[in-house]
Design a protein around this ligand. Structure first.
Ligand code: MN
Length: 424
């Protein structure tokens, strides 16, 4: 389903007066508004192929209908998001949930929607039909070499799929760990995992990156073999210059200072990518910015500061992706909200007066330092984000457009009310 450009134009025309009033107000407050708008236009957030269906918990799943039935329809859905917000120009695939059977066709379809292929994601946290060995007791950490080899081979296969599509990165998230004290020898588990990752790393093309994602707990509840940023950094450092740590916001213990983690990883040149979501208790997979927007701002503040300090390009030098999927919302509406929250927070972080903040820090002026950050966080930048969208051909209010045009009803009409997307 391709959106009618003239419908977006009509929508924008209807809203333009209100928009311009808000934009002129905020634009007068911002230094070099043109440079800021360009940064917002360039910034793209990859959508994971598993976020397009209604997610579930282990207790139940309540699909809302019209979910994409195959990879082609998933690409269409992301194309729809991208047509509305012009900030969702990439898709991140999960193998084996979304194997591209015909890479040329899939690549052409994605290009038609203006989409690129972001990081490829492997899966050794589930057993697949016909698989020789089980991952019940881990994959890359497993005590049995044959199981480890199976996990290595799978990851190398994922790289091959990615090569056909033009992807340039592999994300490895392992559920490996243990549920009870004594179950695992920690050092052996680490060494086995490192050796397995080394084999995958050696199959990595020269221009690829490998992201090692960590998670504090779940599905294992006593120990996780890539449990925190220290462990991930250890693997990434031992693997080599193409390996990086990936930070998923939901993968920390409660109250972890994620902004500090981000700052230090950037300092070491080892931050590779980001998975956005929000949470109150654990890995809740809630909409970005829905629970802890100030934390998200503080993280973005460190990202902008740290990337600028290293001369990195905000839009392309890190992998930006949403990793969320839950039960009660229309997944496309949820993704529009998440991307909007990311863009708003990025814009706020760009507004921080870095010079004044550095001065305040040197003078130990705690109050001013806090004021500078909160000044940016409390600025309503929505008109800036909307202006960037307008310039690149998107809708002034993507969510309103989606609802006014009853896009979900159209999807249900064509795909049926019982269709269910692959994923968690
Ligand atoms: Mn993740």
């Amino acid at each position: 389903m391709q959106l009618d450009k003239s419908a977006i134009e009509a929508h924008n025309e209807y809203l333009i007066k209100d928009h311009e009033r808000r934009f002129n107000y905020i634009a007068a407050e911002v230094q070099d508004v043109e440079a800021l708008l360009q940064k917002l236009i360039d910034f793209q957030v990859a959508i994971p192929s598993w976020a397009l269906g209604t997610g579930g918990t282990r207790f139940g799943r309540f699909p809302g209908g019209g979910e994409p039935r195959n990879l082609e329809e998933k690409i269409e859905d992301i194309g729809l998001l991208h047509a509305l917000n012009n900030s969702s120009g990439a898709i991140s695939l999960h193998i084996p949930w979304d194997i591209p059977e015909n890479a040329t066709h899939i690549k052409a379809l994605a290009a038609q929607h203006g989409l690129q292929f972001d990081a490829m994601n492997s899966n050794t946290f589930q057993d697949q039909p016909g698989q020789a060995f089980s991952y019940k007791y881990g994959s890359m950490q497993h005590v049995n070499k044959a199981v480890r080899q199976q996990a290595i081979d799978h990851n190398i296969e994922v790289i091959k799929y990615g090569l056909d599509l033009g992807s340039t990165s592999l994300t490895v998230w392992l559920s490996d760990g243990s549920c009870f004290p004594g179950q695992l020898n920690f050092r052996n588990a680490f060494q086995n995992t490192l050796e397995s990752l080394q084999q995958v790393y050696s199959a990595l093309p020269d221009d690829w990156k490998m992201f090692v994602e960590y998670k504090a707990f779940e599905p294992n509840f006593y120990s996780t073999t890539v449990g925190d940023w220290g462990q991930s950094l250890l693997y990434a450092s031992k693997l080599g210059s193409k390996a990086y740590t990936l930070v998923d916001l939901g993968h920390h213990l409660p109250n972890a200072n994620i902004e500090q983690i981000v700052a230090l990883l950037l300092m070491e040149g080892k931050l590779g990518g980001f998975h956005f979501n929000d949470s109150k208790y654990g890995d809740d997979d809630l909409t970005v910015g829905s629970i802890k927007p100030y934390q998200l701002f503080l993280i973005f503040n460190e990202l902008v500061e740290g990337m600028d300090a290293r001369g990195m390009k905000h839009a392309t030098d890190l992998g930006w992706m949403i990793d969320a999927s839950h039960n009660v919302k229309d997944p496309l509406e949820d993704l529009l909200q998440s991307v909007e929250a990311i863009m708003i927070t990025y814009a706020q972080a760009l507004l921080v007066d870095r010079k004044k903040l550095a001065e305040a820090q040197l003078n130990n002026d705690v109050v001013t330092a806090q004021e500078i950050l909160q000044q940016a966080f409390r600025t309503d930048v929505r008109a800036l984000v909307a202006a960037a969208r307008l310039r690149s051909g998107g809708a002034l209010n993507p969510l309103a457009f989606y609802r006014q045009h009853d896009i979900r009803a159209g999807l249900i009409n064509r795909r049926g009310s019982k269709s269910m997307a692959t994923g968690l």
